[in-house]
Design a protein around this ligand. Structure first.
Ligand SMILES: [Zn+2]
Length: 863
């Protein structure tokens, strides 16, 4: 087991032995403009409960220059396999480690980026899960908290931001030194450093006597696009809401939000110094869904300041709770905070989080929410739809189960009892039991220790007058995929049932019943004797986590009138249900396309429109009968064209249909339109053909052979930014020639020179649904290469390649066979195996869906 893969057992032993008093960390970043390595000096003071015992500290570095423990130099050979052995500890210890650490270009550790616009260097750290050790020697586990004091040497004129407020730098010559105050006791994974000629905008959150300085930063080349006011507005709404609901003042000295380049995740909750991907600084028009997503991210990270940073999980097995809480908190805050622009956030949650969770929970790799996390590799592949999305869905269900007031009362007690400490799930559940008076042991066992999704179906009988004679909710156990962990159980569900009537083409809710569903069959006496409404919707308001099926009569009404629901949430639930049925082979992909073609024209929620567009594209790429694919895709392409022309000028719908057309255009007329929009010979009233849309148009023209490398170069000359270089790389990989594919493949698989973002762009351009023949030879190459990649590249880079280059467009038995042969022959590490098994499941599901779609086609033809 490599030393980088800390096990839970090792962490437990170390936490029992050590208490960390303080870190003093000096980083010399005067080499930042040249790259390579930087000098890192760590002094850490700690006690040992058993004097004489041995332990170790973590460090990932090319070289170590000095190791001094309690005044005695240790042999440099004590540094081996990313650890420094610490023999015979005393009761009180002082360790000094001097190392040369490496700048990275993978988004892990201390990432170094050069902006092509100004040639300047920008740095930031990203430490979750275990990468603080790439920057300083640290006991890399969340329950060894400590105050961290950073001292940073960096070029004169730079901005340096960390967890503590930025001091005035001192010194002379070409460099300056920033002496930061120590942080409160926090975990190493939420320490942070951002350095470079970033620009900042400042404000403050003020409430009574409280004043929290706020900062928002980005690179100068993005400054003109930085709408700091909008970011501050959401941030302040979040401060108001969370401080009230948590009954606990914001725990840190200031709150900076830094938009940084080439960031792998959406954002990171570093204490008082949140980093966010700088695509959130919008340089072109985006739809309101993008603003909503950014606001959600802002609120998510802010919620972590309490849940995660102030009170922290003891070990990564509770990562799900950390992420689920923040995801639930972001959504409830958007739904309820005064002045929120997105009060329909639960629609977005149903549309995106739930869909993600349902998908992940049906993969062979699915697992109980409380996953066993035996080591760091386990946690790195667990940033998945179970951890974030199912966890948050189940938390929403828990809130419905105990009641929201009791939920927040429990959370308040939890923060007070555990501030600056570490906890386990039972600490939170105990607080919620006390606040609500409900026993959560059975609930927790059923929901957190088992995998899969229950199905809820209505069972209705009517009397001769059309009144409901009986109504029951039937619950089915999850159909767990072969090999999945956990047992299939029935669960207690708190659900609502909505009754809708059809009036003038509109579906209006006329009744709502809330009840506990438990066991295989739950009678609903409240509905008996009532007139049967047009639609009966189980799990209305989306309180629980379950697959919901409609009775036949309701399904018929919904199929015809999906757009008629006046509320966006029941529409989103029905869209999700239809998609789920398509994925399960209960609805033919061509029927889903038909539903989308009729329903999308009336769908007002832009986030839902975008999701359905993506799902249609996936259905066409993977789920329709291949012999019907071209016909279905042509129909979809025509629909996107019509919707584009019909959309209101300047609307979000217009933009999203322009993008949809640009991803599927195939006829001369359609491609002529893209070309005309790009060269300015065609215009559509209100449609701004701005930087990002230009690349979207060009990408399709390149992939279809209508534009060549010269056009790519010309576009890059117009937009020679980091984002422009990524788009250009993607376009080059999208060219429909064997040579272009070979070049793209070699740049990712045979070389490790690409940055995380450029690599991702190349992979995205390489995979083109219309280029299956060009891609076919790479299936064998993929399986020959991935084990070596896993063993030699960083986690982030490997994951991009292994999931991104899997032959997922080659939906055929041969791909399954090749995957199985590789799995049999290569005994991959569990995390690598999991990625490949998940990708394989996509092919298996697609083949089944294709068979269903083929049968539907045959029926339609009367065979
Ligand atoms: Zn989070």
């Amino acid at each position: 087991m490599p030393g980088t893969n800390l096990t839970r057992e090792e962490a437990r032993t170390r936490a029992a032995l050590l208490h960390v008093d303080a870190y003093d960390i000096e980083l010399d970043l005067s080499s930042a403009r040249e790259g390579g390595t930087f000098r890192s000096t760590t002094v850490v003071r700690f006690t040992a409960a058993t004097p004489g015992a041995d332990s170790f500290i973590d460090l990932v570095a090319p070289t170590v220059a000095e190791i001094v423990l309690n005044g005695v130099s240790l042999p440099l050979a004590n540094f081996s396999d990313s650890r420094i052995a610490l023999p015979s500890l005393e009761a009180q210890n002082e360790l000094r480690v001097v190392a040369d650490c490496a700048y990275t270009n993978t988004g892990e550790g201390l990432h170094r980026f050069v902006d092509p616009v100004d040639g300047e260097t920008y740095l930031y750290t990203q430490f979750e899960v275990p990468d603080a050790r790439r920057v300083f020697a640290s006991f890399e586990q969340p329950d060894l908290k400590a105050p961290f004091r950073f001292t940073v040497t960096a070029p004169k004129g730079w901005v340096v931001v960390s967890n503590s407020p930025t001091p005035t730098p001192v010194g002379e010559g070409d460099t300056r030194v920033w002496h930061f105050e120590p942080t409160p006791r926090i975990s190493s994974y939420i320490t942070a450093l951002v350095a470079g000629p970033y620009v900042g905008v400042f404000d403050a959150y003020e409430k009574g006597d409280q004043k929290v300085p706020l900062g928002v930063y980005c690179r100068p080349s993005l400054r003109e696009f930085l709408d700091a006011e909008a970011i501050f507005e959401v941030t302040k709404q979040g401060f108001d809401y969370f401080q009230e609901k948590f009954d606990f003042a914001y725990p840190f000295a200031k709150y900076d939000q830094l938009f940084v380049p080439e960031f792998n995740a959406g954002a990171m909750e570093n204490a008082g110094a949140v980093t966010l991907r700088d695509q959130y600084v919008f340089r072109s028009k985006v739809t309101d869904a993008a603003y909503e997503a950014r606001a959600a991210t802002i609120l998510h990270e802010l919620a972590h300041m309490w849940f995660g940073d102030l009170v922290t999980m003891e070990w990564w097995n509770d990562l799900w709770l950390n992420e689920s809480f923040a995801t639930f908190a972001e959504t409830v805050c958007q739904a309820e905070a005064a002045g929120s622009r997105w009060p329909h956030s639960w629609t977005t949650f149903a549309n995106q989080m739930k869909t993600w969770a349902y998908r992940q929970d049906q993969l062979p790799s699915t697992h109980p929410i409380m996953a066993e996390i035996n080591d760091l590799e386990d946690v790195q592949v667990n940033f998945d739809g179970i951890t974030y999305a199912k966890g948050a869905s189940v938390l929403k269900q828990l809130v419905a189960y105990v009641g929201q007031d009791a939920f927040f009362k429990g959370v308040q007690a939890y923060f007070k009892a555990h501030a600056w400490g570490n906890t386990r799930l039972t600490d939170l559940l105990g607080a919620l039991e006390e606040a609500s008076g409900r026993d959560l042991k059975t609930w927790s066992k059923a929901w957190l220790e088992t995998a899969g999704i229950n199905v809820l179906r209505p069972e209705i009988t009517l009397n001769s007058d059309g009144q409901i004679e009986s109504f029951a909710v039937i619950q089915e156990a999850p159909a767990l995929p072969a090999g999945a962990k956990g047992e299939a159980v029935l669960r207690p569900h708190r659900i609502a049932i909505g009754a809708y009537e059809l009036k003038d083409g509109k579906l209006i809710r006329v009744d709502r019943i809330e009840l506990d569903v438990d066991g295989p069959r739950t009678e609903v006496p409240q509905l008996v004797g009532a007139h049967r409404p047009a639609v009966l919707l189980l799990n209305d308001d989306d309180l629980s986590y379950a697959k919901v099926r409609l009775d036949e009569d309701s399904l018929a009404v919904v199929t015809e009138h999906l757009g008629g629901f006046t509320d966006s949430l029941p529409r989103a639930l029905c869209w999700a249900s239809a998609w789920d049925m398509t994925r399960d082979g209960e609805l033919a992909a061509r029927d889903y396309l038909a539903l989308a073609l009729s329903g999308l024209a009336r769908e007002t929620d832009i986030g839902v429109v975008q999701s359905v567009q993506r799902q249609v594209q996936l259905a066409l790429n993977a789920y329709v009968d291949p012999s019907w694919r071209e016909q279905g895709t042509a129909r979809w392409a025509e629909a996107t064209e019509q919707q584009l022309h019909a959309a209101a000028p300047g609307s979000d719908h217009q933009l999203t249909w322009a993008r949809a057309l640009a991803s599927v255009a195939r006829t001369d007329r359609q491609l002529d339109l893209l070309e005309g929009l790009l060269n300015g010979s065609r215009t559509l009233d209100g449609l701004a053909v701005d930087t990002e849309l230009r690349w979207t148009l060009l990408s399709r023209l390149v992939a279809t052979g209508r534009a060549d490398e010269k056009a790519i170069d010309a576009e890059l000359a117009r937009d020679n930014t980091a984002a422009g270089q990524e788009h250009a790389a993607s376009c080059r990989a999208a060219r429909p020639t064997a040579a272009a594919k070979a070049e793209a493949w070699a740049s990712v698989v045979e070389s490790d020179k690409l940055t995380n973002y450029v690599q991702d762009a190349v992979i995205g351009g390489f995979q083109q649904a219309d280029q299956r023949e060009l891609l076919a030879p790479y299936s064998a190459e993929y399986f020959a290469a991935i084990k070596g990649i896993w063993e030699t590249r960083s986690h982030e880079i490997s994951q991009q390649i292994i999931t991104g280059l899997y032959p997922s467009l080659l939906v055929e038995q041969g791909t399954l066979d090749a995957t199985d042969a590789w799995l049999d022959a290569s005994s991959p590490a569990p995390a690598l195996r999991r990625m490949v098994v998940e990708a394989r499941a996509g092919i298996e599901r697609a083949l089944k869906a294709q068979a269903v779609d083929h049968a539907a086609g045959a029926r339609a033809l009367g065979h």
